[in-house]
Design a protein around this ligand. Structure first.
Ligand code: CTP
Length: 382
């Protein structure tokens, strides 16, 4: 049986496309951060693999690229919110580029041998009108989508010039009704016709599809070409009045603290799991272990350096005596800790303290069989 991959197929237009691909007798593999809404797709016709494009998994895509049964790849994953550039943090900018642009191009690179093959291989990606014209109040989103539009356009020429038959379809819509993008809900009745058209153009080998082009977007693109500045000012005003401005950052900041003496796998497991549940991880290192009545072997500065060099850690700081005090400084949304702390006086106190502060305390299972104390004891015995 033929198979198709839909990256970002759990919601919106991705979900609708996944459904059409199932209707075309393909088994669909959905790669997304969350699973598809229940009962929308027949459970036997797809499988879902949790995939976070902010921590790109080369091996996952490499393995799929060598699966000959897969003949279709559609990338629909994308994030964005309407707000002034002022309002975006460095972390959000990086996240936008990672998901919308860098990961998508990496996936296409991994599948490029398949695209260059003489056998038909169908590839599509969701660009955006915002990638074809300027989009004030959507500046970085627009930049990520512009990179996709220019990339696909360029590579399609390379494919043609080198005599290959397969192409990549860039679907660049304006706003789509029936998706969760910008606060809506999944409604397949609203995305049905569009997804039908997208899939039919995909299998015809087209390179650019702008939905509603003649009725709406021809005018938009023409106005932009005639007077980009005036177009931009009008677009700015339109967004101001749209009621769709979102000043709330979706970035999740995580915090955890520890002594991290004789850095071991238990520490690494905790830090790795924590990073998988936030966008920006701050780790507080205790200057010493006197609060536990213990001594440390590795000096504080070196423990800071070791923890800070770990690829999952975005920022390392000296811890506060209490994690509740660290919140005043770092305003984290999630506090991580090993399950050995669950039910302790300290964490019961934090659970109370963070109740009304929109901070979730996440306990990860303690890695059994290892601790700094244990290593210290083993060393002492020897
Ligand atoms: N941790 C863990 N699994 C381990 C050891 C530690 O999940 N095997 C977690 C702890 O729950 C804590 C964090 O790592 O949230 C930092 O703990 P730290 O006190 O530095 O590590 P320990 O090895 O437990 O240190 P010690 O033996 O000195 O108490």
């Amino acid at each position: 049986m033929k198979k198709a991959i839909v990256v970002g197929g759990s919601n919106g237009i991705g979900l609708a496309i996944a459904k059409k691909l199932i209707d075309s007798n393909r088994h669909v593999i959905i790669l997304d951060v969350c699973s598809p809404a229940e009962k929308i797709l027949d459970g036997k016709s797809y499988n879902y693999i949790k995939t976070d494009l902010t921590s790109f998994d080369n091996d996952l895509f490499e393995n799929f690229s060598s699966d000959e049964e897969i003949d279709t790849l559609f990338i629909t994953a994308g994030i964005g919110r309407i707000c002034n550039f002022d309002n975006l943090s460095l972390t959000e900018i990086e996240k936008l580029f990672k998901i919308n642009s860098v990961s998508a191009i990496k996936i296409l690179k991994i599948f490029y041998e398949r695209i260059k093959n003489t056998k038909s291989f169908y590839t599509g990606i969701i660009g955006s009108i915002a990638g074809l014209v300027s989009s004030p109040m959507f500046s970085v989103y627009s930049a990520t989508k512009a990179s996709i539009c220019r990339f696909v356009e360029s590579v399609n020429i390379e494919l043609e010039a080198n005599g290959y038959d397969n192409r990549i379809l860039n679907v660049s819509p304006g706003s789509i009704k029936g998706t969760r993008f910008n606060g809506g809900e999944n409604d397949l009745t609203l995305t049905d016709k569009l997804s039908d058209e997208i899939v039919s153009r995909l299998y015809k080998g087209e390179t650019l599809f702008i939905p509603d082009y003649d009725e709406v977007y021809k005018g938009v693109i023409e106005r932009y070409r005639q007077n980009a500045r005036q177009f931009g000012l009008d677009s700015y005003e339109y967004k101001q009045k749209s009621g769709r401005i979102s000043d709330k950052s979706p970035i999740v900041i995580g915090y955890l603290s520890g002594t991290f003496d004789l850095f071991h796998i238990g520490h690494l497991n905790l830090i790795r799991r924590a990073k998988a549940e936030c966008d920006y991880l701050i780790v507080g290192v205790h200057p010493d272990a006197s609060h536990k009545g213990k001594t440390t072997i590795i000096p504080f500065e070196e423990r800071m350096e070791i923890v800070g060099a770990c690829k999952y850690v975005d920022k390392v700081v000296m811890s506060f005596r209490e994690d509740s005090d660290a919140w005043d400084e770092h305003h984290f949304n999630k506090l991580f800790v090993g399950s050995d702390y669950k039910g302790t006086e300290r964490f019961l106190r934090y659970e109370e303290y963070f109740k009304d502060k929109n901070v979730e305390i996440v306990y990860f299972s303690y890695t059994k069989g290892i601790s700094s104390t244990q290593i210290r004891e083993t060393l002492a015995k020897k």
